[in-house]
Design a protein around this ligand. Structure first.
Ligand code: 13P
Ligand code: SF4
Length: 312
């Protein structure tokens, strides 16, 4: 059997198992190409949350990282939510615990807490609003201008939000190791090599504020879904991509005829890449691994997540 026919057979087996199980397969933009291709829906954190909330199927298989599956379980407590590998975590979500957030809130009574979706369910349960990179600006702008805000856990997203909203935020000093590893030097190198290309930068990047400071009209700070839409609608032909490299598969597939280069090839998230087609097949076949959230925590987290899904 060739590798391609083996891949096709596995994908067919997965589609059949999904049909029999009444399951919808959701995949994040950073998943490996084979997983993206077999999924019912591929998207960013916001789109996936919305799909999870609306899906009519009784089972959701989440090909992404753990906090995403938890969010789906909170939004749809009546559904079975599966993740193909329980170790698919997130360095950014691990950068703040619920205890740390409680201490921070105690030091800032009356402040509103806005948590990026890359957080545990316990942290969301302590939050007033959740947001994703796709609607973070709209969420901040929905809060009265004189209200003190604690923003967590991504420092670079927080700094970018201060810049675009003109607000002062109290920002937690967390970061994603993948995006923080994309250096200003990577951006500068490409700006010299392809000065006319459009530079699409995820706001989790350490370089986001620097890239904007260059004042370059070719630089655009976007969520992963925002990058796909931008490339589709743009009349430009060449794009430099500053985020996790998994998005390149979707860009090349959905926007054929245009050129996409990663600003840093090594920007790969080992947690996202833990999900493979074999593990996805096993998850559907053996109904594992079920992701559940303590009902009391889920009830407290749901309001913040529903606000996120509704805004922007
Ligand atoms: P988005 O898909 O929401 O842009 O987020 C990127 C990310 O790092 C998710 O873990
Ligand atoms: Fe978390 Fe970064 Fe991986 Fe996204 S890319 S899942 S923020 S570690």
């Amino acid at each position: 059997m060739t590798t391609t026919s083996h891949l096709n057979a596995l994908q067919e087996e997965i589609r059949e198992l999904a049909r029999v199980r009444d399951a919808v397969i959701l995949a994040h933009n950073y998943q490996v190409p084979g997983v993206q291709d077999v999924a019912d829906y591929v998207g960013d954190s916001l789109g996936l949350s919305r799909m999870a909330a609306a899906a009519p199927e009784s089972t959701i298989v989440f090909c992404g990282v753990h906090f995403m599956a938890e969010t789906a379980a909170i939004l749809s407590p009546e559904k079975t939510v599966l993740i193909p590998d329980l170790d698919a975590g997130c360095s950014l979500a691990s950068s703040i615990t619920a205890d740390q957030l409680r201490d921070w809130k105690a030091q800032n009574p009356g402040a509103v807490v806005v948590s990026y979706v890359n957080t545990t369910a316990e942290v969301k349960a302590e939050s007033d609003y959740c947001c994703t990179s796709g609607n973070a600006q709209a969420v901040i702008e929905a809060i009265p201008a004189d209200q003190q805000i604690l923003f967590l856990p991504d420092v670079y997203l927080g700094l970018w939000l201060e810049r675009v909203t003109g607000r002062n935020l109290n920002i937690w000093m967390g970061e994603c190791h993948v995006h923080a590893g994309i250096r200003p030097a990577d951006i500068e190198r490409w700006q010299k090599e392809a000065p006319d290309a459009e530079m699409l930068v995820h706001p989790e990047c350490g370089c986001a504020s620097q890239a904007m400071a260059f004042g370059n009209e070719h630089t655009h700070i976007l969520s992963t879904e925002g990058m796909v839409k931008f490339a589709e609608q743009s009349d430009k032909e060449r794009f430099l991509i500053a985020t996790e490299v998994g998005i390149l598969h979707r860009l090349r597939k959905e926007v054929p005829g245009k050129r996409f280069d990663p600003v840093r090839e090594e920007a790969s998230c080992k947690f996202m890449k833990m999900i493979t087609l074999v593990k996805l097949r096993d998850a559907l076949r053996d109904e594992k691994y079920v992701v559940t959230v303590d009902p009391e925590i889920a009830d407290r987290a749901r309001g913040a997540i529903e606000r996120m899904v509704a805004i922007g």
